[in-house]
Ligand binder design. Structure first.
Ligand code: FES
Length: 168
């Protein structure tokens, strides 16, 4: 039977020696802790930037926990991502005011302009599009957040120009 590492596709962080060393260090320093799975996944998300399927399998095998419980944690918390994130994060607020204000049309426009779906990253690695909850600027609805900046009263007509500035 092949071990987890033998079937990892090239390019996965597990095949890159510097990243593999980071992954092993995270596992080693946390494996005895209570709630090790959550701690390891959080640190790996922060330090590597995402949790690929092989990484999840590797964590499960190293921590000797079922893969299903690792999957369960990763899919439950939106903080975790399973693919690399773009250099810019564009979040569409789906709180009530923004939703009523037409957030779905903004999302549709962004998906059309960028050629990706919510949760995905443009092929050049520039932009990841996501949704989020109310960001506290409801009077400016509909709102999008680009990296740390909020853009209010957004319209589908204005959006392509805004997106273009982040497409590197
Ligand atoms: S609902 Fe979008 S900012 Fe509050």
């Amino acid at each position: 039977m092949k071990t987890v590492l033998e079937k990892v596709p090239q390019g996965d962080p597990l095949t890159i020696p510097e990243q593999k060393a980071v992954i092993d260090a995270i596992i080693d320093r946390n494996r005895q802790k209570p709630g090790a799975t959550m701690v390891v996944l959080s640190e790996m998300q922060n330090e590597i930037g995402f949790l690929s399927e092989p990484m999840q399998e590797y964590i499960a095998s190293e921590l000797q926990v079922p893969l299903s419980s690792v999957h369960g944690v990763v899919t439950f918390y939106s903080f975790f991502t399973t693919t690399p994130r773009g250099r810019h994060s564009i979040k569409f607020c789906l709180g009530t005011a923004c939703y009523v204000g037409g957030a779905d049309q903004l999302i549709e426009k962004a998906e059309q302009v960028l050629g990706i779906k919510i949760g995905e990253t443009t092929p050049n690695g520039a932009i990841t599009i996501e949704t989020c909850r109310c960001v506290g600027a409801c009077s400016q609805a509909p709102v999008i957040a680009i990296d740390e900046e909020l853009f209010g009263k957004m319209t589908a007509a204005k959006l392509p120009k805004v997106l273009a500035q982040y497409q590197d």
